[in-house]
Design a protein around this ligand. Structure first.
Ligand code: EPZ
Length: 429
């Protein structure tokens, strides 16, 4: 399996173009199941997760064609008919968000058999709210042997959906199903993440009638059919935030372009509080840190517009060398500190108790061999490696490849000494 090796000590200077958002792209791809006309997605990231979902969609009857033209990376998805309503465990377990094909399949063809996704290293991550929403829309749901069987032979019906707490995936799933339901659906306590606004824009471009995404109440007036459309995927706010943290960690001056300022304000405020300089630009921001050591600041993860859980690991890495003690509270997932022991292998001083980590900044990290445990954890190790003395090697970077496009190239172009070591067949236990 591939590894990434980083030699610490180089400042970052240059421009990093931000890719399209993984967590938006994979829901937009699922929307292609809702119409027999082609959906063209532009600003598409090329990632392991988009490949996984492409594979599943092809199995369901979607023709998936990728192209890289003068207008950038595009994916054309065309499902003239749904040839199968079966999403097998083998494909769903590789990428949990594959579960979101359930709603569109039932909405368009009245039935689906989709594997439950199972657990995940960052938490139990049940899908009860997803099922609650699809059931509220009139589908009959049965669970057997790890599979969800959903049936709505006469189509879905508009409904009031009240989530007991905020879930990004369940809100998206409810929207993806309700667009073809008969009547009006209202989602209460909806997630407000920018990816939901992106989904609303794409669905409306396809002829849907969705209002309110980005607020806690989303109203969907069902339509009998959707048509084809072209839609540009929103920039990846987590990738943008990750490179902002990397620049603050390594020092220097990095311009993040092709992005949308305003999507990561909670992070940028914390970077400023820690002592980095942040300048917003028309298409992103410039992060600078010249010489001075950052100060420790506390963070607590929260749904948007709060501090994103997907940036928590990266911020923890940043705090390992800040002056003072930082308290990091994780409130979204119950087991999202697996990067802490790996950061400690690099010399970080961290103690974890329940949902809180205390990070006491050290003067210097030391390079070591570390292991990636999930997508965002793996990039936090790369960030720490940027300043660790000597070489840091991160193994199991298939996690990283799920959500960061051309990471070595983007960091390398700014002066980081990062290289990929191709797998030598050696088994990793
Ligand atoms: C999305 O996951 C993202 N994934 C996550 O990013 C992100 O961390 C998360 O939203 C929060 O922002 C994708 O978009 C593919 P949730 P999602 O439903 O939708 C619990 C990354 O690294 N819950 O908002 O799965 C759940 O266990 C990934 O890119 C239920 O209990 O997140 C969690 O504790 C990691 N029942 C909380 O809600 C349900 O039916 C919030 O999860 C659904 C969720």
């Amino acid at each position: 399996m591939d590894r990434i090796a980083i030699i610490g000590g180089a400042q970052l200077n240059g421009t990093i173009p931000v890719s399209g958002a993984k967590n938006s792209a994979i829901k937009l791809m699922a929307a292609s199941l809702l119409t027999d006309e082609p959906l063209r997605l532009t600003n598409m990231p090329r990632l392991a997760d988009t490949r996984f979902l492409g594979k599943l969609l092809m199995r369901l009857g979607v023709q998936v064609t990728e192209s890289d033209g003068p207008d950038g990376q595009q994916t054309l998805l065309h499902a003239p008919e749904i040839t199968s309503g079966f999403a097998p465990y083998d494909l769903v377990r590789q990428m949990r968000a594959s579960f979101n094909v359930l709603g569109p399949l039932v909405a368009r063809s009245g039935q689906a058999k989709v594997s439950l996704p199972g657990g995940c290293t960052i938490g139990a991550r049940p899908v009860d709210l997803h099922l609650q929403a699809i059931e509220a829309l009139g589908a009959k749901i049965d669970l057997h042997e790890g599979y969800v069987y959903a049936q709505a032979p006469r189509g879905l019906k508009g409904a009031e959906i009240r989530f007991p707490f905020v879930s990004v995936g369940a809100t998206e799933h409810a929207m993806l199903a309700a667009v073809l339901a008969d009547g009006v659906s209202v989602i209460h306590n909806a997630a407000c993440e920018p990816e939901l606004v992106d989904l609303q824009e794409c669905l409306n471009a396809m002829g849907a009638k969705v209002e309110g995404a980005g607020t806690p109440t989303v109203t969907i007036t069902g339509v009998p059919r959707l048509h084809g459309a072209t839609h540009a995927v929103i920039p990846d706010r987590i990738e943008m935030g990750t490179y902002a943290v990397a620049a603050a960690m390594a020092g220097g001056e990095v311009r993040l372009s092709n992005a949308r300022p305003g999507l990561i304000d909670a992070l940028l405020d914390k970077l400023k509080e820690a002592g980095a300089s942040v300048e917003e630009t028309a298409d992103g921001c410039i992060i600078r840190r010249n010489g001075q050591r950052l100060s420790a600041v506390d963070i607590e993860t929260a749904p948007f517009p709060g501090f994103a859980t997907d940036l928590q690991a990266q911020f923890m890495a940043l705090m390992t060398t800040a002056k003072g003690e930082s308290r990091i509270r994780e409130t979204i997932f119950e087991n999202r500190f697996m990067h802490a022991p790996e950061l400690m292998r690099l010399g970080a001083d961290i103690s974890v108790s329940g949902g809180e980590a205390r990070v006491r900044g050290v003067d210097q990290l030391e390079g070591a061999e570390v292991m990636a445990t999930d997508l965002r954890a793996s990039v936090s190790l790369v960030i720490a490696g940027l300043v660790a003395r000597g070489e840091t090697t991160v193994s199991r970077i298939y996690h990283l490849d799920r959500g960061f496009e051309r990471l070595e190239e983007k960091l390398g172009a700014c002066g980081a000494q990062v290289r990929r070591i191709k797998g030598d067949g050696e088994a990793e236990l």
